[in-house]
Design a binder for this molecule. Sequence first.
Ligand code: AMP
Ligand code: ZN
Length: 564
Amino acid sequence: MKSLAAELAYFFRGRARQNLKVLLLYCAFLAGMILIYATLFRFLMWNLEGREFTFIAGVYWTITVMTTLGFGDITFHSDPGYIFAAVVTVSGVVFLLIILPFGLISLFLAPWIEHRLRYHPTLELPEETSGHVVIFGLDPITRTLIRKLQTRNIPFVVVTGAYETALRLEEEEGFRVVCGAPTDQKVLQGVRVGSARYLIANLSDPENANLCLTIRSFCKTPIACVVNEPEHAELLRLSGANQVIPLHKILGRYLATRATTRGALAHVIDSFGSLQIAEIPVHGTPFVGQTLEQAAIRQRTGLSVIGVWERGAFTTPSRETLLNPGALMVMAGTREQLEALEALTGEQSAEDLVFILGHGRIGCAAASFLDRKPVPFILVDQQANPDCAEHIPVIGDATGRGLLKQAGIEKAKGLIVTTNDDSTNIFLTLASRHSNPNIRIVARANREENVDQLYAAGADFVVSNASVGANILTNILESKESVFLTEGINVFRRPLPTALAGRTISDSRIRPQTGCSIVALELGEGEEPLIVPPPETLLEKGMGLILIGSPDQEAKFNQAFFRD
Ligand code: AMP
Ligand code: ZN
C-alpha cells in the first residue's frame, strides 16, 4: 500500500504535476465539447426532423458517435444532419482517439516508465561493505559533515524513511542513500551497521534512543548521538550511545563566552595534562589598543598568546599584532597563570549587560551559562519557551520597531543574536551595529552560507551550528586527540615524527610546510610541558607535540609527517 502511495505521489510532483493540470484542462475541454454537441443535436433533430430527444439522449448520441461506436439506433435523415454527424465523428477521432491517448502516453506513461527505470530505492548495501559512516537524520549539521567526509574520502550512507527524500538525495546530490525506517532491524542490517566505522544518530531524542537500543541488540559499532535536550544525555547513554553531544548547550556556551565583556572570563577550551588552552576576549581587559609586545602578557603572567581571532579570522600573532576590542585571544598556560591573568584583568571588569535575542534551545543555554558567572542579561523572544521556567524573556518580535530600544539595548555591552532565522539574525546584527558601534555582537548562523553576511552586517563573532556540529562529529569519527577549538581551528596532539628528531623547531619547518604552530612540547612522564617553545628548541625522540592549526593545516601535517 505504501509503495502504491509512493507511486501515486510521483504524479503530484514537479513536471508530472504540471502535466496533470494540462490533462484536467483537456478533459474539461472535451466535456464542454460533448455538452455543446449534445445541445446542437437536440436543436437540429427538433428543427430539421421534428423529433424530440432528452438531453441524456443527446449526450449518449454524441459519445457513441465521437468514439466511432455509432450503434445506429439514433440517426439523422437529412443532409445537414449527416454533415453534423460527420463533423462530430471526425472531431471525436481527432480529440478523443488521437490526441488524448497520445497526450497520456507522452505526458504520463513515458516519463513514469523512465522514472521507474532510473530510480529504485536502495534497500541494502552489498554485504562486503565496511568502514563506512551511517548517518541517520539529514540536516545542515550532517550535510556539512558529509562534505567533510567527501573531502576525506570516507564512505558514508544516509538512511531515510522518506522515499521522496531518498530520491532527491540520490538523484540530485549523488549521495548514497538507503530507503527504509531507521529503527527497522532489517534496514539496519541492510546498511551493514555491524561493519560500519561509526553511526551518527541525528534524529529526535526518542527516535535516537530507539535507534541505539535496536542497534545494540545485535552489534557494537560505536554510535555518536546528537541530543536535543541535555537532560536526555544520560538516557541516550543508557540506550547504548558511545558519545552524546549536547549540541545546543555547546553552541549556547560558545555564544555566551564570546559575548561577555567582563575581563576576568577566561574560557578554558581544553587541557593537555597541566597545559590549559583558554580563550579570553580582549574587550574589557587593560590590553585594548596595545600590541602584543606592549601588553607583555607573557612577562606578566607566564601565559603565551598562541592565536588571535578577529572577525572570523584566526591568526598566529606576532609582536606587532594589535589587540582590538573585538578580538579574542587564545592562550596556553597553566591554571595558575590563567588565574594571574584573571587577577590582572579582573579589576577592569566593567558594568556588564548582555542582550540575548532568541530564547530557544541555544539562547536558553547561553542564558544559563551567563547566569552561573553571573553576568546580567536580558532575553527577548517572540514567544515563551515551554521548556524553560527559569528565565523570563521580554516577549515580542526583536525586529519590531522600538522593542530593543525600549528594553534598553543602549546599555548593553554584549549582544547574542540567536534566532532560528538567518535573515532575522542578519537584520538584527545590522540594526544593532548601526545603533551601537561599540557593542560586542556574537551571532549564530543556522546555515553556513550566511556566515559571511553576518560578518558583513557587523558581527564580531559568528558561530555556525552546522560547522560546530560537523567539526565535533568529525573529530569523534577520526578519534583523533584533537579538540575542537572553534570553527576552523583545532588543537591536536601528535608524537614527534621520527624524521624530525634531532632538529630544532625552526629547522623542522613545520610552520612553513604545514601552517601548523607548536603550542607545547611534552617532554615525558611527570615533566612540565614546554609551552610555546622558542624556535631554537631541540626536538628529541619521544617528545609529544601539541599543535594548533586549521583542519586543512592539520591534514597537511599528517600528510607531511605521518604518511603510511
Ligand atoms: P532555537 O532554534 O531552538 O534556538 O529557537 C530560536 C528562537 O528564536 C525561537 O524561540 C523563536 O521564537 C525565536 N525567534 C525567531 N524569530 C524571532 C524574532 N524575530 N524575534 C524574537 N525571537 C525570534
Ligand atoms: Zn531559558
